[in-house]
Ligand binder design. Structure first.
Ligand code: HEC
Ligand code: HEC
Length: 308
């Protein structure tokens, strides 16, 4: 078998200098602080929980006052490597992404300037900002940059699959290796789920429905060709991020694979790679085992990603 195409480089594992360290600390405390929501009941971590690879396990997320969000919460595994954000990729930066849940009616239902007032009134945060940004005046830049800087530390690169790529061939068992071969060679999965994170921020459609309730990227571009076009999601820690798809409509990895086996529903934007195929029950299990080999236990338990 040839080298899998998803070879992971460790180049992105940056060293933190001391300013970055304080920025990460500030951003991390804000990420876990419910003061970002209007009634101070929920934080970013309500919908992005570390033990679930920063997802929430729900079909669709729930914001303040039990308001239903329209989409499934995505993992933040290696989110600093992404070039576009949100499930339809409409947001260009991690910094600007911070403003979205703050203002969304169904999430924090609040306002960036009111959040800044609250932070400014907290001696703890003012002291942290002095260390991180050398100023006691809290600004929108500080709010967004510190949280984004924390998010860029959410690096997952120590799964059994990564150990295998690093030359530890025993890190994957034989069934996982067979599943890997299916993923990269026999089937077409890596045509879309490619690169170190199994996404290269490609935008496409995987034939979930003929008619979608969610217009996908079209909500930004208003172009019919972008109807129900979504970002190819990363598969890092995918065994921990159920349920699946933009609307959380698929409960298990087994059902995801059966979806692809069926060839999906006809849709004008559907990737042409997606054609029907058949797996034996054993092959399907092997493919699931390979996806499970993308689980990075260190990432799920690293104390650096939470506040005490
Ligand atoms: C009520 C649940 C909820 C809360 C609270 C929440 N998020 Fe999210 N988050 C989501 C959902 C759902 C999406 C996908 C939304 C979409 O595509 O429109 C998302 C998307 C994201 C993304 C984009 C990931 C990607 O791969 O494109 C980032 C980054 C993110 N959230 C960070 C945060 C941060 C930081 C906070 C706090 C400031 C936060 N979230 C608060 C549910 C939530
Ligand atoms: C044409 C490109 C394409 C191909 C080929 C493809 N996928 Fe996907 N995949 C997507 C898109 C787009 C989504 C997200 C769809 C959505 O959110 O509605 C997705 C979602 C997924 C998810 C759910 C991830 C999550 O966090 O919700 C899994 C698991 C998955 N694919 C596995 C596979 C496997 C296994 C194969 C090979 C049998 C495969 N994909 C082939 C484009 C593709």
């Amino acid at each position: 078998m040839s080298e899998p195409t998803g070879a992971l480089s460790r180049e992105h594992a940056f060293e933190l200098d001391s300013t970055d360290y304080y920025r990460v600390e500030l951003g991390k405390h804000l990420f876990y602080d419910p003061i970002l929501s209007r009634d101070s009941t929920i934080s970013c971590a309500t919908c992005h929980k570390q033990e679930l690879a920063f997802t929430d396990g729900l079909q669709k997320s729930v914001g303040i006052r039990n308001r239903m969000v329209t989409r499934n919460s995505p993992t933040l595994s290696n989110v600093g490597n992404r070039t576009m954000f949100l499930l339809d990729g409409v947001n260009p930066s991690l910094e600007s992404q911070v403003g979205v849940p703050i203002q969304e009616h169904n999430e924090f239902d609040f306002h960036v300037l009111l959040v800044i007032d609250r932070i400014q009134n907290s001696p703890k945060y003012v002291a942290m900002a002095e260390k991180a940004y050398n100023t006691s005046e809290i600004t929108e830049f500080i709010l967004k940059n510190s949280i984004a800087t924390f998010e860029r530390t959410l690096i997952s690169d120590n799964s059994p699959y990564d150990k295998f790529l690093d030359g530890n061939y025993a890190a994957l068992d034989n069934r996982q290796k067979k599943g890997m071969e299916l993923f990269f060679e026999t089937l077409y999965c890596s045509k879309c789920h490619s690169g170190p994170d199994f996404t290269e921020d490609r935008l496409t459609n995987n034939g979930l429905y003929t008619a979608y309730a969610d217009s996908g990227r079209m909500r930004l571009t208003e172009a019919e060709a972008d109807r129900a076009i979504f970002k190819v999601p990363t598969l890092r820690n995918v065994a921990k991020t159920a349920p699946y798809m933009h609307d959380g409509s698929i409960a298990t990895l087994e059902e995801v694979i059966k979806h692809y086996e069926s060839g999906g529903h006809p849709h004008p934007g559907k990737g042409e790679e997606i054609v029907p195929f058949e797996l034996t029950a054993e092959e399907r299990q092997n493919l699931i085992r390979f996806l499970e080999a993308l689980t990075d236990e260190d990432f799920l338990t690293n104390p650096a990603f939470r506040v005490d």
